[in-house]
Design a protein around this ligand. Structure first.
Ligand code: ZN
Length: 707
């Protein structure tokens, strides 16, 4: 029989806590009783304990579904350090490792097993999982299941089906950010049965919320003044773009503020270095571009300043809530200029592509004769001749995936290929070609040549991070030099493929594509509604903490006494001059959705230049596009039969060779390009291969049918 004593014993023995926080106990009891549970607690509020503790009491395994690979590893490391047997299975493991861990789970080695949702799509994997005795399924980041959430993931929609196939053990859904609409959606999509809902921990009595309405040009000075008021304090300044981060960091450094910059482009080592600088106090201020993946866990942050208004209250509160984790008084300041809204509308547009754009992309994909397509966003962009943000393309593909028109492969190729060109090039030849002034290039060329000489002759496939580390350079500058060496004909450098692997599942004419226009419009309206709620926060005449808690559904008795309104410092005096949002939005979206389609396909411009006698490199230079893009254009033109004479493009012998090879080993047509390339002599480069295949493809689909 379950008793408070049992729970307390486990809590003290394994987790070394003496007391549970509000809400945790109800969640734990609900899970142990086998009820469905929904836990809404802010980050740092002790959410994970709600399933980790029951995992030690329940008879079977607790399966934790999480989309965040880094977080999985952190939690598993933490549990193992506490002596709790746990493991994870995600795309960071090899197939053998995953199999081994699953085998160990079958042998009851683990109490908890963390799994990425994409894994379930693997049939044999899922069959094995079905044999596990599962007592509880914890769905972490449950808002990912909702289209209304800020981080929708199509793979989450399949969870209901999978959990049912596991015999439908009790479910605990957990999230840090869920509005009432998202909560409802989680219950519906996971089919939770009368779940116990626990919403707690959102109130942060030690935080004082303030808003200053100001012109963009004044923001820097306000940040500086705020920081100078507490010279010993550390904190975070959030900005919405990398460019602003650069500017602000430089500005603060000019005033001798120890500020560093945090952005999504940093690698693990750089993040670690940054974290050390910050934790040790050598840096006081972090200027950060976004919250996700922010690996900084410093409890004594005295302020979080938002340089620009975020798009939702959830995002704002999650970021602002990093202040004062130690319970000491801390400031959450939002700088607002009415123009901030435009940037957020831009993000919303990227998140909500119009039906027409989605159909354009689908139609373009169907021009590929093969269902299996390797493509980059820039190819799609170039083909549509649109100034479409990558974000919108990504969202459009997600929607097409969700509706069953295509499947995206989740594993990405991440290796670069480097090869000496020509094969017998000597160290000295490269040095001569570079000239004495190209110091860095000479250095890198020398190191590459010394260290990888043998492999470079046949072609070296390597992860750029690994190579950069082993040679002692930053990845970006290494990549630049490799590209330069490639352009000078010293090496052949194929950068890692950054695109997406798509498999078309359905082919139909545009008119037959069945997408819910209404749902898309509702989602757009909802995002705008959330942005309105964020902006209303700025203009809200009342306690700010109350406003936020109301938004999350937690109710607070009385005002906070800390915010600018409660303290009588309310300084949003521009209430009457608030821009008329409705008219602003209408005109903005009119521009955004009526983007004129270029009447001329971008590939045709390439064709024209080709007909004027330019080669691939020359066309790339002329059009200021990557040569890979131009190769893609040629593939398209060849596939469409718009170029039939290959003589200027590619050596006839190569075509014959590829043709013969495919005739001998027809299975290669369905294998990856890489496998095919490995069968060919090394002087056949990627462009040669792609062009040849496109050419053969066209010929094949136009050869007379024999029936
Ligand atoms: Zn207040």
């Amino acid at each position: 029989m379950l008793s408070h004593e049992t729970i307390n014993n486990v809590l003290q023995t394994y987790f070394h806590f003496t007391q549970l926080r509000p809400g945790q106990e109800s969640a734990i009891i609900s899970a142990i009783k086998g009820q469905d549970t929904m836990v809404i607690m802010p980050t740092g509020g002790g959410k994970s304990l709600c399933f980790q503790l029951p995992a030690l009491i329940l008879p079977g395994i607790t399966m934790v579904i999480s989309p965040l690979i880094a977080l999985m590893k952190d939690q598993v490391d933490h549990l193992n350090a506490l002596g709790i047997p746990a493991t994870f299975i995600n795309s960071s493991l090899t197939a053998d490792e995953a199999k081994e861990r699953l085998g160990e789970a079958l042998n009851k080695k683990y109490r908890l097993i963390y799994i990425a949702p994409e894994r379930f799509h693997n049939q044999s994997f899922f069959k094995t999982v079905q044999q596990l005795p599962i007592s509880l399924v914890a769905v972490d980041e449950a808002h990912c299941i909702s289209q209304w959430g800020h981080d929708f993931r199509p793979s989450y929609l399949q969870l209901k089906k999978f959990i049912t196939a596991l015999g439908r053990p009790p479910i605990m859904a957990l999230t840090a950010t869920a509005t009432p609409e998202v909560r409802e959606d989680i219950i519906k999509q996971l089919d939770l049965h009368q779940p116990q809902e626990i919403i707690t921990g959102f109130a942060r009595p030690n935080l004082s919320f303030e808003v200053i309405s100001t012109a963009d040009s004044q923001k820097k000075e306000i940040v500086l003044e705020t920081i100078q008021k507490q010279p010993e304090a550390s904190g975070i300044v959030y900005v919405s773009t990398r460019q602003r981060a650069d500017e602000l960091v430089r500005y603060l450094q000019d005033y001798h503020i120890a500020a560093v910059e945090y952005h999504a482009g940093l690698n693990t080592a750089e993040r670690q270095k940054l974290q050390n600088t910050f934790m040790s106090g050598r840096a006081k201020v972090i200027v950060a571009t976004n919250a996700f993946g922010l690996g900084i866990n410093k409890p004594d942050l005295r302020f979080v300043i938002h340089y620009d208004m975020p798009g939702t209250i959830e995002a704002y509160y999650q970021e602002a809530g990093r202040a004062g984790r130690d319970g000491q008084p801390s400031l959450c300041l939002l700088l607002y200029s009415p123009r901030d809204r435009y940037l957020q509308e831009f993000f919303i547009a990227g998140d909500n592509p119009s039906l027409d754009l989605i159909l354009d992309i689908y139609e373009f994909l169907t021009t590929y004769p093969n269902d299996h397509i390797l493509i980059t966003y820039s190819t799609i962009k170039n083909a549509l001749g649109l100034d479409t943000p990558d974000l919108a393309i990504g969202t459009a593909l997600k929607i097409l995936e969700r509706e069953g028109y295509l499947a995206k492969t989740y594993e990405k190729t991440s290796q670069a290929m480097i090869q000496l060109a020509p094969k017998n090039i000597k160290l000295i030849d490269g040095q001569k070609a570079l000239g004495p002034k190209a110091k860095k290039s000479l250095e890198i060329w020398g190191k590459l040549y010394d260290r990888y000489n043998g492999k470079l002759r046949t072609g070296l496939y390597i992860n750029l991070d690994t190579l950069a580390n082993s040679l002692g350079y930053k990845k970006d500058s290494l990549a630049r030099v490799l590209k330069k060496l490639n352009d000078q004909g010293i090496i052949i450098y194929e950068p890692p493929f950054k695109g997406t692997e798509i498999t078309l599942l359905k082919r139909c004419p545009r008119e037959a594509v069945n997408l819910d226009r209404k749902a898309l419009e509702t989602k757009l309206a909802f995002a705008q509604h959330k942005l309105d709620q964020m902006e209303n926060y700025v203009y809200h005449r009342g306690c700010r903490q109350q406003y936020i808690l109301d938004y999350f559904g937690e109710h607070l008795a009385g005002n906070c006494g800390q915010c600018d309104w409660c303290k009588g410092n309310f300084n949003i005096h521009s209430f009457n001059s608030r821009p008329n949002k409705l008219s602003q939005r209408t005109s903005y979206h009119k521009n955004l959705y009526n983007i004129q389609l270029s009447t001329k396909l971008t590939q045709l411009t390439t064709l024209e230049l080709y007909q004027n006698g330019l080669n691939i490199q020359e066309i790339a230079r002329e059009r200021e596009l990557q040569s890979e893009t131009i190769v893609e254009h040629f593939c398209y033109l060849l596939e469409q039969g718009l170029i039939t004479d290959m003589s200027q493009l590619i050596d006839e012998n190569i075509i014959t060779m590829v043709q013969d090879l495919l005739a001998q080993k027809p299975q290669l047509t369905t294998d990856s390009l890489k496998t095919l390339k490995e069968q060919l002599p090394s002087y056949v480069d990627w462009a040669d291969l792609k062009l040849t295949l496109a050419y053969l493809q066209h010929n094949k689909s136009h050869e007379p049918k024999t029936s």
